[in-house]
Design a protein around this ligand. Sequence first.
Ligand SMILES: *[C@@H]1O[C@H](CO)[C@@H](O)[C@H](O)[C@H]1NC(C)=O
Ligand SMILES: *[C@@H]1O[C@H](CO)[C@@H](O)[C@H](O)[C@H]1NC(C)=O
Ligand SMILES: *[C@@H]1O[C@H](CO)[C@@H](O)[C@H](O)[C@H]1NC(C)=O
Ligand SMILES: *[C@@H]1O[C@H](CO)[C@@H](O)[C@H](O)[C@H]1NC(C)=O
Ligand SMILES: *[C@@H]1O[C@H](CO)[C@@H](O)[C@H](O)[C@H]1NC(C)=O
Ligand SMILES: *[C@@H]1O[C@H](CO)[C@@H](O)[C@H](O)[C@H]1NC(C)=O
Ligand SMILES: *[C@@H]1O[C@H](CO)[C@@H](O)[C@H](O)[C@H]1NC(C)=O
Ligand SMILES: *[C@@H]1O[C@H](CO)[C@@H](O)[C@H](O)[C@H]1NC(C)=O
Length: 471
Amino acid sequence: MHRKAVTVILLNSLIIPIILAGDNLPRARTEQGVYIGSRSTINDITVACWYGIPYAEQPVDNLRWLPPLPLPTSNDINIADTATLCPQLSSFEPPYTEACLTLNVHAPENASNLPVYVWIHGGSFTTGAGGSYNATPFVITSINYSAPIVVVTINYRIGLLGFLADEAFYNGKSGVDGRRTTGNYGILDQIMALDWIKKNIRSFGGNPEEITIGGESAGGISVSVLLTSPLVKTGTFQRAIIQSGGIWPNATKDLQTAFDDSGNILRPLVNCSTVECLRNLTVKQILRAQKTIASKNIFGTAATPVVDGYVLNDTIENSYARGNFQKVPVLVGSTTNETSLYTCQVFQGSATEAQRYFPKYNLTEEEKQLSINMMRYWANFIRTSNPNFEGSAINWNTYSINSDNDLVLDTALRMRNYHYKVACSSLWDLYATTNDTPTSSAISSTKSRQRFQSFFCTVLFQIILCTFTRF
Ligand SMILES: *[C@@H]1O[C@H](CO)[C@@H](O)[C@H](O)[C@H]1NC(C)=O
Ligand SMILES: *[C@@H]1O[C@H](CO)[C@@H](O)[C@H](O)[C@H]1NC(C)=O
Ligand SMILES: *[C@@H]1O[C@H](CO)[C@@H](O)[C@H](O)[C@H]1NC(C)=O
Ligand SMILES: *[C@@H]1O[C@H](CO)[C@@H](O)[C@H](O)[C@H]1NC(C)=O
Ligand SMILES: *[C@@H]1O[C@H](CO)[C@@H](O)[C@H](O)[C@H]1NC(C)=O
Ligand SMILES: *[C@@H]1O[C@H](CO)[C@@H](O)[C@H](O)[C@H]1NC(C)=O
Ligand SMILES: *[C@@H]1O[C@H](CO)[C@@H](O)[C@H](O)[C@H]1NC(C)=O
Ligand SMILES: *[C@@H]1O[C@H](CO)[C@@H](O)[C@H](O)[C@H]1NC(C)=O
């Protein structure tokens, strides 16, 4: 379900006393003041929700196409009841705003020190919003089955506003310490959101030292970028979930290709030759140009992350193969047929477009059970690095180089061997652990003996989307 995109209402001092005297709503104190949330109850289980909390200076005017800046501290009292949506083209979406760097928090009522799941939405880096996934059922299920978690869904800049790579922006003023960056604004937003979450999640009931990042499709690619980015500090997150999109073919571009595929196409389209002219464009003009660019891409993507020597210093594939990634427990899956021709034809380029249609679909009883199983596996992984729980329908074994095992998350759950033999053997086997012992190649190619656990799965396409929208 979507919420209208309106920026957070800042109450002035005249209104505060009325709010303070009002309902005993959930509150959280952050470095930017107090946020008043709301409650949502299903079958006697209550979740506290906050929507549309800003986590960075909004990237408007002269801040467009710059890395996000941290917010100043404040003692304001704010109502956090409306999620925002970054600019995108879609007849299905409510109004968008360029001031969209906000996040939404869902937590068990009166929670304290719980593990946190940070959800990075998909949508070909071109559509979607944190608020598209209603995390309330997930949090309620986590409470109901004694594995409570806090879920944060984040927005990041998308489309050309999030991933335009332009030579003129690639200068010594674009990154910290005089380093240059362009084309990864959306990823820098994700890193900024993680930083805000680390500093503030405690007052929402979360534990800043127990953070799992996860996403689907472009969100899954984002997780791989965050796992391999030299800009992300060790300890930023403790676990990762890649729900499809793990190693997408050519998900990242080299700098020159990125310039040629975005900045150098945009300039003539909008008749701009300077940075000032580009920053002066209206969002509508940018979206119109973006439509032209995205229509030529099979996935409906306007622009993707870039190997800019700042956010990324190599492709995801090479960084994984060389061991340059955060060795945290990972749950990796691929969504069945996400890239199939059928889906792309029906949904005109973006498989994730399909998700808009699924709220109309009612799950069968078996599918509801699968959805509950998935949420329980996910919540337990987020809490303990092990998705299994007391009485799991099936034991989901750690990936083993000897059997190339994966879990088929279908209405008939089953473990399977050798399905991904070639792909897994050539890459993940380098770093997988077998019976808790790192393989010899892992020891030789990584300096530390950090355990790198991974769980593989394949997920029925429609279920994964339904699980995170409704059930
Ligand atoms: C909690 O779990 C029980 C049994 O497993 C189920 O009957 C009930 O509907 C669940 N409650 C919620 C709110 O999901
Ligand atoms: C949460 O705290 C409030 C205020 O102390 C209390 O009224 C409410 O019952 C608590 N809810 C739960 C689920 O503990
Ligand atoms: C990327 O950066 C990491 C961390 O600074 C470094 O270990 C690695 O060698 C770099 N890779 C390349 C290809 O420069
Ligand atoms: C990836 O890019 C390379 C070089 O541009 C190209 O040769 C190759 O076909 C691309 N692979 C896919 C799967 O698109
Ligand atoms: C592009 O800008 C130039 C200089 O401002 C102007 O002369 C020209 O008409 C513009 N072209 C289009 C297609 O807007
Ligand atoms: C910015 O846009 C305004 C109004 O469209 C125009 O008057 C002005 O010349 C533009 N500035 C630049 C640097 O393009
Ligand atoms: C996935 O695609 C294959 C063919 O590429 C097809 O045989 C299979 O039925 C599809 N599976 C689903 C779940 O749609
Ligand atoms: C789904 O269930 C609801 C409520 O039971 C019903 O109104 C709706 O028609 C059903 N939709 C479909 C597509 O079956």
